[in-house]
Ligand binder design. Structure first.
Ligand SMILES: *[C@@H]1O[C@H](CO)[C@@H](O)[C@H](O)[C@H]1NC(C)=O
Ligand SMILES: *[C@@H]1O[C@H](CO)[C@@H](O)[C@H](O)[C@H]1NC(C)=O
Length: 296
């Protein structure tokens, strides 16, 4: 009946999540509350409590047509992402936002709430914003969960949500993990540097910081940016409308627009191996990895 028959042999999604990658939120919660924050909290007590997770998914893609529906060990990728995200404890609501009827039918088939968004959405951020506007309830935080990270850990979702709740001066939160030395000069691996309170200073496709020797410093804890991000919902409404900025355009990194406009972004460090699916070849890679680790 549904477009994507999920024929996974064992679909015990709740037990697969935690067992295999042990990771800790290293710096997510230990944040000094800023003075402005205290004033705000004095008024409001609880801060940014209502949270929605949105998984933007489009069918058309230059590199990988129909990507969200590709099967990974017998289950559509979007379903894997959704099942994992469902395990996050900070989300009040989780929806898939798509412009495509096939994706929508598939997602309804496995029980997801779907919001239809227009084809004109340029990217995931815009799609999240449109979905937010169409949701009946009001939310304070929107988590943008990339549909192409089927192994996303729910703890990372919870980590960035809590970070944004604890940092009222930030409008955006995201996660980084250790960069592997072999990825140092790969422009598709985005690097990040943060200040000593965990606020983002800069993101780059180049290696930052750049050692004087022009080589990778094996002692330096370089950080790799993970695609997941969450926004203050008021900020999300203006984010897509902010004009492109010079650094954003030069690096082709949307998040730089946030920093260039002077907004603050909170970053948490997690242990996570990124296994994003960008090309059909990545599917085989992730499947063999999952077999190796006995994931289903
Ligand atoms: C550069 O990396 C080397 C290790 O390769 C390290 O000893 C040195 O302190 C780093 N910084 C500078 C400025 O050389
Ligand atoms: C996403 O769309 C918004 C609005 O058109 C734009 O400002 C932003 O730069 C886009 N991001 C990317 C990565 O294209």
């Amino acid at each position: 009946m549904s477009v994507c028959s999920s024929s996974s042999s064992s679909s015990s999604s709740s037990s697969t999540g935690k067992a295999w990658i042990v990771h800790r939120i290293l710096a997510g919660t230990a944040i000094a509350v800023a003075i402005g924050a205290r004033a705000y909290l004095g008024r409001a007590r609880k801060f940014r409590t209502r949270v929605v997770g949105i998984i933007p998914a489009r069918y058309a893609s230059s590199r990988f047509e129909g990507k969200p529906l590709v099967h990974i060990l017998g289950k559509p990728m979007i379903q894997r992402t959704w099942e994992r995200s469902k395990l996050a404890t900070t989300l009040d609501h989780l929806v898939v936002a798509t412009d495509d009827e096939k994706i929508a039918a598939c997602c309804r088939g496995f029980g997801a709430d779907v919001i239809m968004t227009s084809e004109s959405c340029q990217n995931g951020t815009e799609r999240c914003n449109e979905a937010l506007e169409k949701l009946e309830k009001k939310y304070d935080i929107v988590v943008n969960i990339q549909g192409d990270e089927p192994l996303i850990e729910p703890e990372i979702i919870d980590g960035i949500v809590k970070a944004l709740q604890a940092a009222p001066d930030a409008v955006f939160s995201t996660a980084v993990t250790s960069l592997k030395p072999e990825d140092a000069f790969d422009p598709n691996r985005v690097k990040c540097v943060v200040d000593n309170r965990g606020y983002a200073i800069y993101f780059s496709r180049g290696l930052i910081p750049f050692n004087k020797s022009a080589k990778v410093n094996p002692q330096f804890p370089y950080m790799l940016h993970l695609g997941i991000q969450s926004y203050d919902s008021k900020f999300l409404q203006i984010y897509p409308k902010l004009q492109p900025t010079p650094l954003q355009l030069e690096e082709d990194l949307e998040q730089l627009k946030v920093l260039e406009n002077g907004y603050k972004m909170k970053v948490i460090k997690v242990e996570h191996e990124a296994h994003g699916v960008d090309t059909p070849e990545d599917v085989e890679k992730i499947e063999s990895l999952m077999r190796e680790r006995n994931l289903s």
